[in-house]
Design a binder for this molecule. Structure first.
Ligand SMILES: Cc1cc2nc3c(=O)[nH]c(=O)nc-3n(C[C@H](O)[C@H](O)[C@H](O)COP(=O)(O)O)c2cc1C
Length: 366
């Protein structure tokens, strides 16, 4: 595979398997002089970490990150900073239980990547799903934390935040959206009143040995007008690609997305009035902060749909590697709703795209 590198000027290469000794990434192109310590990255990793509630996988991974290179501090410097050289980040796997997977050694889980990896490579790491496992997303979150530091250094006021707005059939009331609530419940849900019903719903899904899907919304505020590179590096196109590249994601929309099909031209137009500092003030944000592939200065809004976890306890019909028909039951530890832990992953991918575009913009326009 020569496709494990992401980005143009802010480039990230991830490596590692779910049940290997470690995983991590190399971040190349980070500007020098940006304050960076392990705690900056750990905070984001802790939000994605497994085993934090009964609604996510019980695999106990501390996900401690180590910065192996690319930073420096001596006695004359107040703080550790990036040096402009490759930043290598390492996260060890400490709680892999490969024997849980012996039952699926020769069987393909419907809905998972087992069959396609086998069809393509002819060899498959069935222990924890190898590279197809969302363990890989820990490296994306670590790189995303570095991207956030780059955005902070360039624009000061950037905030990239995500929330779960739908879990299975359960939705939120947007009027009750409260960002402070997101950190207070195990679902990253922004609606305090939805948490009770969501808990009961997911408990039912979990007890049945089943799973459910979800929708995640990510909002980036404080992004100036001008990021995005028409016509083959449009900001919305790059965001869609980055979010679609997260495991289990089956749909992405920007701004009002698919709902714009039912709007009239009048309703969809984000009208403008005179704002502060010679900049326009937009009266709505149906476009999700992107016009012509370039950020407009409004909040960038992206949403993605995550499918239900395919590793479930209910028996499913399948075939084995010899083509025989059989049933498969997936034991082991799995999230009943992978959309929950996809929230920090979505934030990371948005931060990575924005940091890459911020550096590309600076490179072309200055
Ligand atoms: C945070 C996160 C955790 C995941 N955990 C699991 C899991 O425990 N079991 C599982 O079957 N799939 C899990 N997935 C999804 C699979 O990795 C994914 O469905 C599989 O690689 C096939 O790829 P695709 O769904 O993108 O086609 C997870 C996804 C995310 C984002």
């Amino acid at each position: 595979m020569s496709t494990n590198t992401f980005g143009h000027m802010f480039r990230v290469t991830t490596f590692g398997e779910s049940h290997g000794p470690a995983l991590g990434c190399v971040v190349d192109g980070c500007p020098p002089g940006i304050p960076l310590v392990e705690a900056d990255i750990q905070a984001d990793l802790d939000r994605r970490r497994p085993g934090q509630s009964k609604f996510v996988t019980q695999r106990k991974e501390p996900d401690r990150v180590r910065i192996l290179s690319g930073v420096f501090q001596d006695e004359r410097m107040k703080q550790q900073v990036t040096t402009g050289t490759p930043i290598a980040l390492l996260i060890e796997n400490v709680d892999a239980r490969s024997k849980d997977y012996s039952d699926i050694r020769d069987k393909f889980r419907p809905g998972h990547a087992d069959y396609t990896y086998w069809a393509k490579y002819g060899v498959r790491d069935y222990k924890g799903s190898g590279r197809a496992s969302a363990r890989e997303t820990a490296a994306r979150v670590a790189a995303g934390a570095v991207a956030r530091k780059v955005l902070d250094a360039l624009y000061k006021t950037v905030r990239v935040r995500g929330a779960l707005i739908q879990m299975g059939t359960q939705t939120i009331e947007r009027k009750r959206w409260d960002w402070d609530e997101v950190a207070k419940n195990p679902f990253f849900c922004p609606d305090a009143r939805a948490v009770g019903p969501w808990t009961e719903y997911l408990e039912g899904v979990r007890k049945r040995g089943s799973s459910c899907g979800a929708i995640v919304e990510v909002v980036a505020e404080g992004i100036p007008a001008g990021l995005g590179a028409p016509v083959y590096g449009k900001l919305d196109a790059d965001l869609a690609s980055a979010l679609m590249g997260i495991n289990a994601v089956k749909g992405v929309e920007i701004g009002d997305g698919f709902a714009t099909a039912a709007l009239s031209g009048e309703d969809n137009a984000d009208e403008m009035r005179k704002g502060r500092g010679g900049k326009p003030k937009f009266l709505s944000n149906h476009a999700g902060g992107i016009l012509g592939g370039i950020s407009s200065g409004q909040p960038v809004v992206a949403r993605f749909a995550v499918k239900p976890t395919s590793s479930i306890l209910s028996p499913r019909k399948t075939v084995d590697i010899d083509g025989n028909e059989t049933d498969v039951v997936t034991k082991g530890r799995h999230d009943p709703c992978v959309g929950i832990r996809a929230v920090p992953v979505g934030e990371a991918m948005v931060a990575l795209v924005l940091a890459d575009h911020a550096l590309r913009h600076r490179g072309q326009i200055g």
